[in-house]
Design a protein around this ligand. Structure first.
Ligand code: ADP
Ligand code: MG
Length: 414
């Protein structure tokens, strides 16, 4: 396994851009995927959010275009599909930065943009196009976009694309790009919702890659929890953390209803925040995210559904105001902080009934997550102790298979 970017046979102008972006060494998934992609293999890769999947396909794609330069002007050669507009913009931004010292052109085609502003994109020569499936399909149907020159098809956040119902559109786009040479699929997870069936038709003997970030990568998140006596105490703890400790924070809640409630409570407390939830019009989502991105607000409330796949820069704190349904989601959530070599803090606020889940998270992550106290806000009740039910324990001991599956499931943050 390679340990540095220099070991990859990359063009010096690409290496220089990588260095300028502050990437000192490849992440796990990059170390696995880049050599395979450069070796002309199809790729089926899964790695948790925040582990650098974008560069895992953008770097080899750019190298490929440098290795096989185009001979004459023409349509795009690399097509990257992403589930949402904001992801498309983020991917394009990163690809543009990586291609900084090349003459390659990167464009986006997404919904929420008028046809006029795409007209020149569609007319001019492009090398890499980052698109959302729906809008791209419209242009293909109107014969305004030509897929025949596509050599690489990249599907980013494939799980989320399926969740959003893009499966059939992606299949059609894949058929449109049938002359392509390589297909690369990246996803946070390959389990559930038919990702596997979906990939079977798209990929040819893919290299199957799965990355679990190294211990070095995951040590940077400091985790602790506070116990709360009741809902009011919980809110006070949150307000204290937001005003006294946290800088740029994502607060996770479990449902839209809970989000609405908390929004009003923070509003009354005059703590500015923006918020994203599932099933929100795209423009309002983008708006909320840009307010957080540009620092107009430092608190973003989110549900798990809404937050999937979004790379939010510089998050100092992740707060689990509601604990997630599973330890796996916990890891996804806290992976939002401590990105790109920065340190991060993850704080959970735990009511008595949440204690079993908090304990499970500790076992699952194999880390001791300690309780902390805030002066004047100590919980009055004792920490509840839940013993494992005997029957459950026996079942778990019996099923070694279950244990193995669980071990495989362990995904580290970042
Ligand atoms: P993913 O798609 O896996 O969720 P991204 O590609 O969005 O992750 O990358 C997450 C963050 O990590 C981005 O801010 C990116 O700039 C940064 N990053 C990517 N690769 C590296 C690297 N090798 N070293 C340091 N930071 C990196
Ligand atoms: Mg990504």
């Amino acid at each position: 396994m390679i340990r540095t970017f220099a070991e990859l046979d990359l063009d010096p102008i690409l290496l220089e851009a990588i260095e300028e972006m502050g990437f000192s060494r490849p992440t796990e998934i990059q170390a696995q995927a880049i050599p395979q992609a450069l070796d002309a293999r199809d790729i089926l890769a899964s790695a948790p959010t925040g582990t650098g999947k974008t560069a895992s396909f953008a770097i080899p794609a750019i190298q490929y275009l440098l290795d096989f330069p185009r001979k004459k002007a023409g349509p795009a050669r690399i097509l990257i599909l992403t589930p949402t507009r904001e992801l498309a913009m983020q991917v394009a931004e990163q690809a543009t930065a990586l291609a900084k010292y090349t003459r390659l052109k990167v464009a986006t085609i997404t919904g929420g943009v008028t046809y006029d502003s795409h007209a020149s994109t569609l007319a001019e020569t492009q090398d890499i196009v980052v698109a959302t499936p729906g809008r791209l399909m419209e242009y293909i149907e109107a014969e305004r976009f030509d897929c025949r020159a596509i050599e690489w098809l990249v599907l980013d956040e494939a799980d989320r694309m399926l969740d959003l119902g893009f499966g059939p559109t992606v299949d059609r786009l894949s058929a449109e790009c049938r002359w392509r040479k390589q297909t690369l699929l990246f996803s946070a997870t390959l389990e559930g919702r038919g990702v596997e069936g979906f990939t079977a038709d798209l990929l040819k003997e893919p290299a199957e890659l799965e990355a679990q970030p190294s211990t070095r990568e995951r040590k940077k998140i400091t985790q602790w929890y506070h116990r709360a006596d009741d809902a009011a105490h919980k809110l006070n703890l949150l307000k204290h953390i937001l005003t006294e400790q946290a800088q740029r924070t994502i607060v996770f809640v479990k449902t839209r209803e809970r989000l609405g409630e908390l929004r009003q409570q923070l509003d009354s407390a005059q703590i500015p925040c923006s918020w994203i939830q599932g099933e929100m019009p795209q423009d309002r989502r983008n708006n909320a995210i840009s307010r957080f991105r540009d620092g107009s607000v430092n608190v973003l409330l989110a549900t798990d559904v809404a937050a999937r796949g979004i790379d939010l820069p510089d998050v100092s704190h992740v707060i689990n105001y509601d604990l997630p349904r599973s330890a796996d989601i916990y890891l996804h959530r806290i992976g939002r902080t401590a990105r790109a070599g920065k340190k991060g803090i993850a704080i959970s606020i735990v009511e008595a009934h949440d204690q079993p889940m908090m304990d499970r998270v500790g076992r699952y992550t194999k880390e001791t997550i300690k309780e902390r106290f805030i002066d004047g806000m100590r919980p009055t009740h004792k920490k509840p102790v839940f013993k494992k039910k005997k029957a459950e324990k026996r079942r778990q001991e019996k099923s070694g298979e279950e244990k193995e599956r669980r071990e495989k499931e362990i995904i580290a943050p970042e």
